[in-house]
Write a protein that binds this ligand. Sequence first.
Ligand SMILES: [Zn+2]
Length: 265
Amino acid sequence: RDEALMPFYRQVVDADLFKHQPEIQAIDGMFMLPRPIRFVTAECGEINAFYSDERGEVVLCYETMRVLRERGLELAAQNGIAGADAQTLARRYLDANVRFILLHETGHALITLLEIPVTGREEDAVDQLATTLMLRFAGIDESSATVAENLRMASHWFLLRSTGQYNLDAYADAHALGEQRYFNLQCLLYGSDPARYLDIVTGGDLPEARARSCPEEARRVSSAWLRLLLPHVAPKFQMSEEKAEQLFEERARQRDRNSDAPYIR
Ligand SMILES: [Zn+2]
């Protein structure tokens, strides 16, 4: 109904958005769910994305896409990027965040539908799942650098929504504070391959004191989700934890082999 949201409706239709989510495509059909999860975009009247158990749907609001695009353009302007390059960056920012958001909401859906036990904050658990899936199931032609860039754009969005000045409602919220979600994500990314992502620490995006425990934290998060999900895997995908880890490593090698080599180094 809102004309201003029409470009985002068109974008979803033209790009066949859900068919081009590598992680969602990778896990499609993998789990024995009591019912399918539908993915829909909608005009919600607010900036939001959510899993509705009543409808069995992961819903992405066009309003969220619009604000993500605006933030992407702002990020470009801050970095002195203009014209077509700014449009490209904004699109990239939107795509990366949509990817993370859809996986975060898929996490809520899986927890609900599979009755996966969660102690601690569910919001943290599904951020961890989204990060793990983006590290494990990125497109086969996406390099590690692209995957890292996507995750860093997702973490940037956490920071943007933070005001830095919190009231009681923020402290009481089911979500951790934006800054905490930001550092948790940096920690999982760095911890997934400390040698490769060392610049996250040297560049000041993750304090050393936290970074020390991140390799162990990343390993634990990844193997916890693997162990929680494996019992729900459909027969033709069933495998041991060791086998799954081997497949992940093989996939990472393939991704690095397939990714474009830059002409200019
Ligand atoms: Zn959530």
